[in-house]
Design a protein around this ligand. Structure first.
Ligand SMILES: C[S@@+](CC[C@H](N)C(=O)[O-])C[C@H]1O[C@@H](n2cnc3c(N)ncnc32)[C@H](O)[C@@H]1O
Length: 368
């Protein structure tokens, strides 16, 4: 029987595009079925409870509950003792999470890991602990969503006193958490990108706002002759340099600290922007695209990796991330038409949008 997963690298498994399509189709059908039989008041009550489950999950992550279960099932009271928390309160949080298939309750108030709970462990492949930390870190901005609705402005500054990347420049430990969280998301997606998009013909790739280099490392490993430049803000560039060196790719990748609104390194055959344009409103996105345009020679490719909002009522993770962007940076997720219009205004033409096994697509554009 053919496997439903392809493994490009040693660790993270990525479903094939066909398997991913079946999964999305089936989960949409099941979701519609469930909605069809759920009375509307229960439907709304369930939606109103979403943030309560999120907070239980974040707190379980912060405490390191899943690490307690590394060696097998354990009594909740023993975990509470080890974590120095109230055993009854911990039991109630665990019971709720078990009802969401995160952890499994066994007789005598013992718990064990489920595949989802395994993602909450520290230092394991596929861990989402930093992502949970970032979710908690930006939690406060959601309280001011109503103000974002009234003004159209982000709320990060209201809560943290300054715009998000200025804050990271001043708070290295928070900036590191952000990098780790982005890397946790990027690693599996990186493999899906490499499986879906042909990087052939690209001798030098410039990763603009490349984070800690997780994506670039996967691409460079898959393309042994490729060289790269990673551009990051000064608050993150040194960490990127260290992680690229640690991946043994220092010889093939230079790291440049700078401001991508001012300039982007010239000489690339392709310029990669993953989860970067979505950080910015159209005005800032156009300024960033203008920097890329100035740096790019004729024929160079612009590769934008983003969640493209589909038309219609389907559930799509980008519709949630979109609101997070509104609150955090004033950025947005965009539809295909919105990308076409934005890129057209910036002097680019979309050649194609390549879907991946994950909800992200690679938009390939060239200068007009
Ligand atoms: C959402 S993250 C995406 C990181 C990475 N591309 C990924 O997908 O994992 C956006 C990145 O842009 C960087 N950035 C923000 N403003 C910048 C600026 N003015 N110049 C250079 N990099 C910047 C941030 O430090 C951050 O790493």
């Amino acid at each position: 029987m053919q496997s439903n997963t392809n493994t490009i690298d040693d660790d993270v498994k990525v479903p094939s595009k066909a398997a991913a399509q079946v999964y999305h189709w089936a989960s949409n059908v099941l979701d519609k079925l469930k909605r069809g039989i759920t009375p509307p008041h229960l439907h709304v009550l369930e939606l109103l409870d979403g943030h309560k489950v999120t907070q239980c999950l974040c707190v379980a992550m912060r405490l390191g509950v899943a690490d307690q279960l590394n060696d097998g099932p354990k009594a909740c009271a023993d975990m509470a003792r080890a974590l120095d928390v109230n055993p009854d309160a911990l039991y109630r949080v665990m019971r709720l999470l078990a009802s969401k298939q995160v952890f499994k309750e066994l007789p005598d108030r013992r718990f064990e890991l489920t595949p989802a709970a395994a993602m909450l462990r520290t230092g394991v492949k596929g861990s989402l602990r930093a992502w949970a930390g970032l979710t908690e870190q930006t939690w406060g901005t959601w309280e001011y969503l109503i103000d974002s609705l009234r003004t159209g402005q982000p709320m990060f500054e209201k809560v943290f006193g300054m715009p998000i990347f200025d804050y990271y420049a001043k708070h290295p430990e928070k900036s590191e958490l952000f990098d780790q969280a982005m890397a946790e998301l990027s690693r599996p997606i990186a493999k899906a990108i490499v499986m879906s998009y042909a990087f052939s013909g690209i001798d030098r790739l410039v990763d603009v706002g490349g984070g800690d280099g997780s994506l670039l490392s996967v691409i460079l490993r898959a393309h042994p002759r490729m060289k790269a430049t990673l551009l990051e803000g000064p608050w993150a560039a040194e960490r990127a340099r260290r992680s690229i060196d640690a991946a043994g790719l220092g010889e093939r990748c230079e790291v440049v600290a700078g401001d991508f609104f001012a300039s982007v390194p010239a000489g690339g055959d392709a310029y990669l922007l993953k989860n970067v344009l979505h950080d910015w409103n159209d005005e800032r996105a156009l300024a960033l695209l203008a920097s890329c345009h100035r740096a790019m020679k004729q024929g160079a490719r612009l590769l934008i990796v983003e969640l493209i909002i589909p038309p219609g009522n389907e559930p799509f993770i980008g519709k949630i991330v979109d609101i997070q962007m509104l609150l955090a940076t004033g950025g947005r997720e965009r539809t295909k038409e919105e990308y076409e219009a934005l890129l057209d205004q910036a002097g680019f033409r979309i050649r194609r949008a390549v879907p991946t096994a994950f909800p992200m697509s690679v938009i390939e554009a060239v200068r007009t």
